[in-house]
Design a protein around this ligand. Structure first.
Ligand SMILES: Cc1cc2nc3c(=O)[nH]c(=O)nc-3n(C[C@H](O)[C@H](O)[C@H](O)COP(=O)(O)OP(=O)(O)OC[C@H]3O[C@@H](n4cnc5c(N)ncnc54)[C@H](O)[C@@H]3O)c2cc1C
Length: 388
């Protein structure tokens, strides 16, 4: 079957629109935002407003709830462009969690629709101090008491562009017996941050995406109605898994965008910076670096688009998404590092965005599942059919 990933006319228009938006609304603010370690609220609102006017806000959500209704390949192409900057800024171009699409009844009016409209902001809370890669190890518990659930536990590293209004929270609601032994029942809840018993505070500063803050959450006898269960009771792990595969693919796309920007800066520099009487790009030691960077990016782009195409065709597996994430995020780490080498000392100075891209690239191998966990997923898919 033929694979043709050339963008359609509409997709080309979308890419041009996002590129112009980035050049006008995002790139000019990077240095100041990096210096502050925060996005001033007025700037955040301006990015939000402009992205809504251009139809970029919540482009991933269905049109019937107010979203852009973009097909997944287009969302992937858009995220590739957004990936060229830092999350603190691009996060204001809202990309609500698709997991919210299972909202039912009153949840649609209270959570889904205002989130797609940009009036409310959610954060996704799975990770805990004692449960990162081992998500099944979460200790936050929600105990049914009458028509409510009483939540106790804590979460950390929970990111959002601003203080969130509510949390998509994963908690254990019991234990199931399975052929492989006992397995925690994980349930997903929607929890407003002003619920009594819920405390939310800023977490430590990370090395990259400095203006994209993380929060620590703690729950002490925090009571939420059973009506706040998102999806089915006991199905949270499956919901989180499906959403994470989708997100991993978008991480891959944004890594390709980031690497492309780093390569552009490095190529421009190598073509004009002179040492020993000639431009440095003419030295094989520099030219070969550029060649390797461009080749690695092309390979990551092809893999990402092929997996996005499989997603759109309904045939993407968890292993496919893991391959795209591990390959593109590791490529991005190498390419941003080599780009700095091409610039020499100037690569480390904050006059250029390269050092920011390099720092931001580091977390891509960790969040949404580390590289090691992606390799586990891929290997498991290869081995399982052959194991008895
Ligand atoms: C900036 C940032 C933002 C984040 N945002 C969110 C968020 O919004 N919501 C959310 O829920 N989470 C978020 N996370 C959490 C992120 O998903 C976890 O950090 C990640 O899953 C890894 O968990 P951990 O940090 O606890 O590392 P650990 O799980 O403790 O892993 C430590 C090391 O051990 C390795 N390791 C662990 N198990 C295995 C194994 N079986 N085989 C081989 N190696 C293994 C890991 O690969 C890693 O190298 C964020 C993290 C960061 C850093």
């Amino acid at each position: 079957m033929a694979w043709d990933f050339s963008p359609t006319e509409e997709q080309r228009l979308l890419i041009d629109t996002v590129r112009q938006f980035m050049a006008e609304e995002i790139f000019p603010h990077e240095r100041e935002v990096e210096r502050l370690g925060a996005v001033p609220p007025e700037l955040g609102k301006q990015i939000h407003k402009r992205s809504r006017e251009l139809g970029l806000y919540a482009a991933n959500m269905p049109a019937e709830v107010g979203g852009g209704g973009l097909d997944f390949l287009s969302v992937t192409l858009m995220d590739r462009e957004l990936g060229k900057s830092t999350w603190g800024l691009m996060g204001w171009v809202g990309r609500p969690s698709e997991i919210l699409n299972v909202c039912q009844g009153a949840q649609r009016e209270r959570y889904l629709i205002p989130t797609v409209a940009g009036e409310r902001k959610e954060a996704f809370a799975l990770t805990e101090p004692n449960a990162g890669s081992d998500a099944m190890g979460i200790q936050t518990r929600a105990v049914k008491t009458g028509g409510d659930y009483v939540i106790n536990g804590s979460k950390h590293f929970i990111t959002c562009v601003r203080r969130p209004d509510y949390i998509i929270l994963f908690a254990a609601t019991g234990v199931d017996a399975t052929p492989r032994g006992e397995r925690k029942r994980i349930t997903c809840f929607l929890v407003d941050v002003d619920t009594p018993g819920f405390d939310l505070r800023r977490g430590p500063q990370a090395v990259g995406h400095r203006s994209y803050h993380n929060y620590q959450l703690s729950f002490s006898d925090c009571r939420v109605p059973a009506a706040n269960i998102l999806g089915e009771e006991g199905k949270g792990f499956e919901q989180a898994g499906a959403w994470l595969s989708n997100t991993r693919l978008l991480v891959a796309a944004s890594c390709c965008g980031k690497a492309e920007r780093a390569i552009e800066i490095a190529t421009q520099w190598a073509a004009t910076r002179r040492q020993f009487g000639q431009t440095i790009g003419r030295f094989q030691g520099v030219g070969f670096k550029l060649a390797d960077m461009a080749t690695e990016l092309r390979a990551a782009d092809m893999l990402t688009m092929q997996v996005a195409w499989k997603y759109a065709a309904g045939t993407m597996t968890d292993g496919d998404a893991a391959m795209a994430k591990v390959f593109a995020s590791e490529m991005c780490g190498r390419v941003t590092d080599q780009a700095i080498q091409v610039l020499g000392g100037m690569g480390l100075m904050n006059e250029l965005p390269l050092e920011m891209l390099w720092r931001d690239a580091r977390v891509e191998r960790i969040w949404d599942g580390t590289s090691e966990i992606q390799r586990h997923i891929i290997a498991r898919e290869m081995l399982r059919p052959l194991e008895s």
